[in-house]
Design a protein around this ligand. Structure first.
Ligand SMILES: [Zn+2]
Length: 463
């Protein structure tokens, strides 16, 4: 492209070039993470990688098209080039990604800390990937726009066609892309510039909400008469399951025996028709412990109001949350909390970076014996968390097979995916049953009344 063509560049070509530049040069972290997550740079992964590239390029270009007006597009591009260059360099240097917490750090850091983040590499990158293209846009290009009516029509066509092609590609690649994105949530925070735009937006929203007072709930809660009249203490275990689909429980009529132990337990009550609050842990867990119900739930409300565990504590119970998942999402903020998800060296119940759920049963009898008062113990399982179902149970629980042993679910047959999933349900069956047996033992040895409640945060679509 010669200097004179750059000067009289078509405005539509300018946004396409800018989108390509951002996607190629400011997203090396994103591409290397995506290549890694999809199983390396190979002929097999090429269609998926190319498809992803085209989808993102179409989306970037469509968004830029919406602001592609005289006096608007040039400043927008310059800001994007400068911030994206800095963000990209920051991520490579510190091996980090950009989310709300990172933006909060940046805004709330002091001058000395901020100065430590500046270095030659950052300045050079900003010069090459930020200043140079910005200068090109600012001084060299005088984009030509068609007449308004034709311009608007052209923009509508570009955006419309982009959405159609991107949707079609997403449909084609959904089966391989969806589990990759779910398992590698960091990808979302690596894609520049959407990562910092989202993060700044989230941070500003959070600032607008502050200070967040937590409204009390059920401070007058007391134990019922029957409870108060009893001489025996009570110990209740509440198992919060993960991704357990009711359809795959033999208790609900599933053909495979996925509940061999639980179905033999006495006094079992099974509620077979339950619906969850959401389809993600981050929604379902706070929702189910809040007093809001599905209808009135929003992302912020549970954090501003006490929930079930607070009410139970108000009534005079000791409450403990044991976690083998990714935390309680605010549900246990004001009660005792133990993290059991981080392996310690040599721990037999852990493999690599994760631990089996039964690790949470460690020293439960002692805990109940020493409790001294009515108690509720919540056990938050890793359960059937996907897509790596085969990693959710110890080797001895590989009951159904052959199982899918890769995150790339498109490499596996549906049968092998379901077999791995059913093994997780069967392992949860064992976990719950062991918890019940522990309670039965405490009931007879320590003179306590016991109960166990189990529910999953949500189910699973299983493809
Ligand atoms: Zn979940």
């Amino acid at each position: 492209m010669t200097f004179s063509t750059l000067r009289r560049i078509d405005a539509r070509l300018l946004t396409l070039l800018a989108a390509t530049f951002l996607l190629l040069f400011d997203n090396l972290n994103f591409w290397s993470a995506l290549v890694h997550a999809t199983g390396g740079l190979a002929l097999r992964t090429m269609p998926l990688l190319l498809g992803t590239f085209v989808v993102i390029l179409l989306v970037f270009n469509a968004v830029l098209t919406l602001v592609n007006f005289r006096f608007v597009i040039k400043p927008v591009l310059i800001i994007l080039f400068m911030l994206s260059a800095a963000t990209s360099c920051f991520m490579s240097t510190y091996g980090t990604h950009i989310d709300k917490a990172m933006v909060q750090n940046l805004f709330e850091t002091d001058v000395f800390e901020a100065r430590e983040l500046l270095n030659w590499q950052l300045l050079l990158t900003v010069l090459l990937l930020g200043v140079v293209p910005s200068l090109a846009v600012a001084y060299c290009s005088q984009p030509t726009f068609p007449r308004l009516r034709r311009d608007l029509l052209g923009k509508a066509t570009t955006v419309g066609v982009s959405i159609v092609i991107a949707s079609a590609l997403l449909l084609i690649f959904f089966k391989s892309l969806a589990p990759t994105i779910r398992e590698h949530r960091e990808l979302r925070f690596l894609l520049t510039p959407t990562n910092y735009i989202q993060a700044v937006n989230g941070y500003l929203k959070q600032m607008a909400r502050r200070p967040l007072a937590v409204a009390p709930l059920g401070t007058d809660a007391i134990k019922g008469e029957h409870w108060r009249g009893s001489r025996r203490r009570t110990a209740t275990i509440m198992v919060v399951g993960e991704t357990a689909r009711a359809d795959n429980f033999s208790l609900n009529g599933y053909a495979r025996e996925t509940n061999p132990l639980l179905s033999r337990q006495r006094d079992l009550i099974n509620f077979s028709q339950m619906q969850s609050c959401g389809t993600a842990t981050a929604v379902s867990v706070p929702c189910v412990f809040s007093g809001l119900g599905r209808e009135h739930y929003t992302d912020t409300k549970p954090r501003s109001q006490q929930g079930l565990l607070d009410v139970i504590a108000h009534a005079g119970f000791s409450v403990l949350w044991r976690d083998n998942n990714s935390g309680c999402k605010g549900a246990c903020d004001r009660v005792a909390h133990e993290d059991w998800s981080t392996p310690t060296p040599g721990e037999p119940l852990c493999d690599g970076d994760e631990c089996d759920d039964e690790r949470m049963l460690t020293k439960l009898p002692e805990l109940i014996r020493g409790g001294g008062q009515d108690m509720l113990i919540v056990l938050h399982q890793k359960g059937s968390h996907g897509p790596a179902y085969w990693r959710r149970y110890p080797g001895a629980f590989k009951h159904f097979g052959p199982v899918c042993e890769t995150n790339e679910l498109d490499q596996c047959s549906r049968e092998s995916i379901v077999a791995a999933y059913d093994n997780t349900i069967r392992y949860t069956d064992y976990f719950r049953s062991r918890a019940i047996d522990t309670l039965r033992q405490s009931a007879s040895l320590d003179d306590v009344d016991t109960a166990l409640v189990y529910f999953s945060d949500h189910g699973e679509s299983l493809g």
